[in-house]
Design a protein around this ligand. Structure first.
Ligand SMILES: Nc1ncnc2c1ncn2[C@@H]1O[C@H](COP(=O)(O)OP(=O)(O)OP(=O)(O)O)[C@@H](O)[C@H]1O
Ligand SMILES: [Mg+2]
Length: 292
């Protein structure tokens, strides 16, 4: 069952900016899906079209199997908008309760879920302070608690780690993983690639209003990269006893065999993490190459 599906989605803003130029995307239930793209690629526009904040120009899209705009479905979707602003005079807890109320949750449910989510996002210590006194990262955490408050089946997060420090980012990733365990599908976008590579089951690269590639980080990156180091001198064919190479498992085994045949003691052998940043930059370079 799909969480989000779009076919040929287009958005042309008044004034002529063609922000979405035929977006085809598929997000499955229960997965964390990341949309990466540079500033102005159309990431927020896509999110806004899905949540009916802006109207699409053409194409089709569905959320949780229902066409975009289906009201009962929107109630099952959590949302953290880009640069969200909440009333400064509310405390963190009041803000989360307020959103829970808008979603039509009962008082008991609201109180139970608000406290649970505030705890999960690590804001228990400041829940009774006013939002106006929060740092950016604290506001962002309350924003997340709000997005998950009604146990949505799908959550859409526009730049969830915006303004959050590195420790907070790691914590937010942990929150996302916890929510996925409960079966929530998470669609998030970011221009920070490192945010996405560790948590996303699948990613899409968006450039100038179209999705260029989508798949698992492994699918997008092609052959894995490896690092091998051993004691002693470099064996014939290598300049160093500590080096990186690209290739499939068989090539990796050949490199190991070669070092062992020469009597080297292997000190490190591992697959290097896939770098979305490299992939992404390659895609941007390709695109620039396409232009006259
Ligand atoms: N309300 C609007 N009216 C007209 N043009 C808009 C509007 N909102 C966005 N755009 C334009 O649409 C394009 C895509 O913008 P969008 O905000 O979707 O990008 P983004 O990928 O979210 O970028 P960022 O990483 O900076 O958040 C940009 O050229 C932007 O100027
Ligand atoms: Mg944006």
């Amino acid at each position: 069952m799909t969480a989000i599906s779009t076919q040929g989605l287009e958005k042309r803003y008044r004034g002529g900016i063609h922000a979405l130029r035929g977006v085809d995307l598929q997000v499955d239930r229960g997965e964390i899906f990341g949309l990466i793209g540079p500033n102005g690629a159309g990431k927020s526009t896509l999110v806004k079209v899905l949540l009916t904040i802006v109207r699409r120009t053409s194409g089709t899209a569905s959320l949780l199997g229902q066409p975009v705009g289906h009201r009962p479905t929107l109630a099952k979707v959590g949302f953290l908008p880009e640069h969200h602003r909440m009333p400064r005079y509310l405390t963190g807890r009041q803000a989360v309760l307020y959103y829970a109320r808008l979603l039509g949750m009962t008082k008991r449910e609201r109180e139970h879920r608000a406290d649970e989510m505030i705890d999960i996002v690590g804001m228990g210590h400041a829940a009774h302070r006013k939002l106006g006194t929060y740092s950016k990262g604290m506001q962002q955490r309350i924003g997340l608690a709000q997005a998950f408050v009604n146990e949505p089946e799908l959550v859409v997060l526009d730049e969830p780690t915006d303004g959050v420090d590195p420790v907070g980012r790691v914590e937010i990733r942990e929150v996302l993983l916890r929510m996925r365990e409960r079966g929530t599908a998470i669609f998030l976008n970011s221009h920070l690639l490192s945010e996405l590579e560790t948590v996303c089951d699948r990613v899409a690269i968006m450039l100038e209003g179209t999705v260029r590639r989508q798949g698992t980080p492994a699918e997008l990156s092609g052959n894995p990269k490896w690092r091998l180091s051993y004691q002693g001198d470099a064996v014939a064919g290598h300049d160093s006893n500590d080096f990186h190479f690209e290739g499939d498992e068989h090539q990796a085994q050949r490199e190991l065999d070669l070092a062992r045949q020469q009597g080297r003691v292997i000190t490190h052998f591992a697959q290097e993490p896939i770098s979305l940043e490299e992939l992404f930059l390659a895609e941007v370079r390709d695109q620039q190459g396409d232009q006259p």
